[in-house]
Design a protein around this ligand. Structure first.
Ligand code: CO8
Length: 374
């Protein structure tokens, strides 16, 4: 009996609303004008610095991002608010995050040619869960009427790959027979829309994958997971300090340091070589070299990072078919980026083609899967 673990389905769901760089920058710059006007006396006295303008051209050049999806557009561009306006839901209603998780799960199930009843474990793995408990995964399990168990896990940018790693292990250990790994990256509530260094970076999305054993897979596009590899190394360069402790600390739970913030340049410099070395070592463990890889489904934080990592691996530029980029449409979607790249760019591969799925980011964390089409 084959114990080969496979990825048999993938789903990518996004909200209908999107925000272009131009819309985002117009709103931010209007906020800056109002701030600088309101604080003119202090700025003139040198007590505080004037806020600088953002620029759509800078954003596209520095990141490759042109637009991003947003779960709730209302409020995010309103200079009196600068955050999305999301209506609270009662305890007896499906939570926002579970709702988008269910959407992605349904797409992944359809792609795997399965029903929800075929699944017996649900992992919700993402950068933030909207509450600590009950687990979003258990809510999704209930909404889809799945028998078995579910749990949440957080690993920032590497949540999706690390979630797939756990699914792989659960299948090898025979603790589950088919696992749904869902990444509802509802990140817009954590974005500081008044910070020009980061207001453009993120978009909302939900992705999902189905992992099972080869012997049960019945979808058209099935990928053997040859192995998984993970690495973490502590860094303060990407941080969000929001959490339940702030209530007891008597500080503003939504102050700038509580929201996403980073030292982007340092991240760039430190993470690129780590990611390239990690991938090279992972491939070498299968006697593979980068030249033998047909497709690179890399984390989508910044187009220049992906270009650099591919160049380190291949010694040349990778083209967009080899290493797809989804940043222009989706922006950085935390852990979901490599799954979106995979979901939208895998059906043309042929039997025997090898690909690498790899995330890298906050933690720092790096997670990879070397996969081969059946
Ligand atoms: N418009 C105009 N100018 C700007 C803007 C802007 N919007 N932003 C910055 N500038 C200015 C800077 O102030 C700077 O000016 P000066 O030279 O006068 O100081 C100049 O432009 C250059 O700035 P940078 O050096 O910062 O520009 P970079 O070329 O480095 O690009 C990036 C900035 C795009 C942020 C880049 O550094 C980058 O992408 N680095 C990698 C970051 C990364 O991958 N981070 C991962 C974060 S994601 C993650 O880990 C998941 C966390 C969970 C999700 C959270 C969701 C909310």
């Amino acid at each position: 009996m084959s114990q080969q673990v496979v990825i048999s389905g993938v789903g990518v769901w996004h909200p209908k609303d999107s925000v272009t760089n131009e819309e985002l920058v117009d709103s931010y710059n209007a906020y800056v004008d109002a701030f600088n006007e309101d604080n003119k006396a202090q700025i003139d006295a040198g007590e505080i610095a004037a806020m600088p303008y953002s620029s759509a051209e800078f954003i596209e050049k520095a990141s490759g991002i042109k637009s991003r999806y947003i779960y709730q557009k209302e409020g995010a561009l309103d200079i009196k608010r600068m955050k999305p306006k999301i209506s609270p839901r009662g305890d007896d209603e499906l939570s926002h995050q579970a709702e988008i998780a269910v959407e992605a799960a349904k797409l992944a199930l359809a792609s795997a040619n399965l029903e929800a009843a075929d699944i017996d474990a649900v992992i919700v793995s993402c950068a933030y869960t909207q509450r600590a408990y009950p687990a979003i995964a258990i809510e999704v399990q209930e909404a889809l009427n799945i028998e078995g168990f579910g749990f949440d896990m957080l690993v920032a940018c590497s949540a999706a790959t690390f979630g797939m790693h756990r699914a792989y292990e659960m299948l090898c250990a025979k603790n589950a027979s088919r696992v749904l790994v869902i990444n509802p990256e509802l990140v817009s509530p954590q974005i500081n829309y008044t910070d020009r260094d980061s207001h453009f970076i993120f978009g909302d999305v939900a992705t999902a994958t189905v992992l099972e054993l080869a012997e049960t897979a019945k979808s058209e596009h099935v990928y053997d997971v040859l192995s998984t590899k993970a690495l973490t190394k502590f860094s303060n360069n990407i941080r969000s300090n929001f959490g339940y402790m702030t209530r007891a600390e008597d500080v503003d739970p939504y102050g700038p340091d509580k929201l996403f913030h980073q030292a982007g340049r340092k991240v760039f410099k430190e993470v690129c070589p780590m990611a390239a070395a990690h991938i090279e070592a992972h491939l070498a463990s299968h006697d593979l070299t980068p030249e033998g890889v047909k497709r690179w489904w890399l984390h989508q934080a910044n187009i220049n990072m992906n270009t650099l990592i591919c160049k380190r691996l291949l010694g040349r530029d990778a083209d967009r078919t080899e290493a797809p980029i989804v940043l222009d449409e989706f922006a950085n979607t935390a852990s979901a980026g490599s799954v979106i790249a995979f979901g939208l760019n895998h059906e043309d591969l042929v039997s025997g083609d090898v690909g690498v799925l790899c995330s890298f980011g906050a933690g720092y964390s790096i997670g990879s899967l070397v996969i081969r089409k059946r």
